[in-house]
Ligand binder design. Structure first.
Ligand SMILES: Nc1ncnc2c1ncn2[C@@H]1O[C@H](COP(=O)(O)OP(=O)(O)OP(=O)(O)O)[C@@H](O)[C@H]1O
Length: 237
């Protein structure tokens, strides 16, 4: 019997924020199993808040979010991770005082140590640096470590918050090439709009906590007026 498809995400009329402050004002979107969604918008429109809400780090005021049909709203963060959500926050929260390998072990979640080879296969650089401290790594290496650690938990949906921030173009290339090999559902928040639209199959634009456009990524990339309207930028020709 074929395995059940897993990793479908559905967000319905989600309202959430920080304490009483409402930031997300009824957002809805869906990502099918294996889909790649770019979540874009100007600064401060609620992209990080959307990912943080999915993993249970904000106050939910209404609406819901389902992973493979199971409502996540009532679960705490570790329950959501166990349900299949992987999260790579903007802060790249690796342990700087631990080695690369120790950081990865912290992401194993009960899996055998041999699973570390998956991380080293995806990012050979981490294998070379396995005995270095997290604090000794370059920004790009720290980001690789942050992504690799999230992947070791075997998520079915990976949430990535601005993974390319502050990285040199050649490192961005390496990271995006590795992410492109992943066979899972991905939601990507990213300021590098052209790279995000190349990576994703669909895009959602947010503005002030609402969805203002949803559609195919390629179509958005070919529509400078749309990008200008929702991002205030035009892509280089
Ligand atoms: N911990 C917090 N407490 C209160 N308000 C917050 C908190 N974090 C973010 N906000 C506010 O929520 C709004 C949305 O912020 P969010 O970080 O989700 O935006 P964003 O679209 O990810 O923008 P950016 O690209 O700047 O990260 C902003 O007005 C921000 O000031």
């Amino acid at each position: 019997m074929p395995a059940e498809p897993v990793g479908s995400l559905e967000v319905v009329e989600l309202r959430a924020g920080y304490g009483k402050t409402l930031i997300l004002d009824g957002i809805s979107f869906a990502v099918p199993t294996g889909g790649r969604l770019a979540l874009l918008g100007r600064n401060g429109v609620g992209k990080t808040t959307t990912l943080a809400t999915l993993v249970g780090q904000t106050t939910r005021h209404g609406g819901g979010m389902k992973l493979d049909g199971v409502e996540l709203g009532g679960m705490n963060s570790s329950g959501r991770a166990a349900a299949g959500l992987g999260y790579v926050p903007q802060t790249r929260d690796i342990f700087k005082s631990l080695t690369v390998e120790e950081n990865l072990v912290a992401g194993l979640k009960g899996r055998p140590r041999s699973a570390l080879e998956e991380a080293y296969a995806l990012f050979p650089r981490l294998g070379e640096r396995r005995r270095n401290g997290g604090g000794e790594l370059s920004g790009g290496e720290q980001q690789m470590l942050s992504v690799a650690r999230a992947l070791l938990g075997k998520p079915t949906v990976l949430l990535l918050d601005e993974p390319l921030e502050g990285l040199a173009p050649v490192i961005c290339d390496t990271l995006m090439a590795a992410l492109s090999k992943l066979d899972m559902t991905i939601v990507l928040v990213e300021q590098q709009v052209d790279r995000a639209l190349d990576f994703a199959d669909r895009v959602v634009f947010l503005d002030r906590g609402r969805v203002v456009h949803a559609g195919p990524a390629a179509q958005a990339k070919a529509d400078p007026a749309l990008l200008e309207r929702h991002l205030g930028v035009a892509l280089a020709a």
